[in-house]
Design a protein around this ligand. Sequence first.
Ligand code: PEP
Length: 259
Amino acid sequence: MTQRQYLVAGNWKMNGSLEANRTLVSGILAGLGQCAGVEVLVCPPAPYLAQVRELVEGSRIRLGGQNLADQQKAGAFTGEVHGAMLRELGCQYVLVGHSERRSLYGETDAVVAAKFKVAQALGLVPVLCLGETLDERDSNRTEAVLARQLGAVVEAAGIAAFAAGRAVIAYEPVWAIGTGRTASAEQAQSAHAYLRGQLAERDATIAGSTRILYGGSVKPDNAQELFAGADVDGGLIGGASLKCGDFLAICAGAQSQLK
Ligand code: PEP
């Protein structure tokens, strides 16, 4: 099995300002030593990518977008951000299919799959977000939902699209995002193992090399336990990524689990 490097990604969502970003990034830079061996990614709002790119320049902090247009070519799509623009601004990653995009902006599995493909075609690593709602979990449909959401992308893009380093999956139970409610370490590991199994049914090598992050109210006091799961390869962090101390402590939580 390929060694999977832990990845801790901060999703700033629609938060930040020039001044707040400067303070946050300088704090992360100052504390990066706590998380040697962990890949650290920040995903600021699109208007701040140029600023944050300059702030992280020369460091090992990576930059990602939060969303991209499902269009191969630039053109008349008011308000959209093309993947090539993200690349030009220094992004290596882009979130695709975050639950807020799915629930608030109507992104279907087909749209998510299209964005995933466009991201890869333009040289970005998509972080494919998926996860069940509380209602789906309570009615024992978690695995069916995960299979459907992942399957839509695998069918559209092909399993090779998940070959080592080409894509990341983020399991984010919707009921745990921004709610302060976290999946237990067992619930997270079980969902991650299921997702890896879904990939393994298509290609065992690719399944072994694909990083699967957990997201949903990760905090300094639960990060270490969540990251201990054999199939948990880091986290996608929302609220806590805006607090430098919390974000660094979460990165350190991943570092402490280096296998
Ligand atoms: C997220 O936005 O992807 C997320 C997991 O948010 P939070 O950590 O605030 O639950």
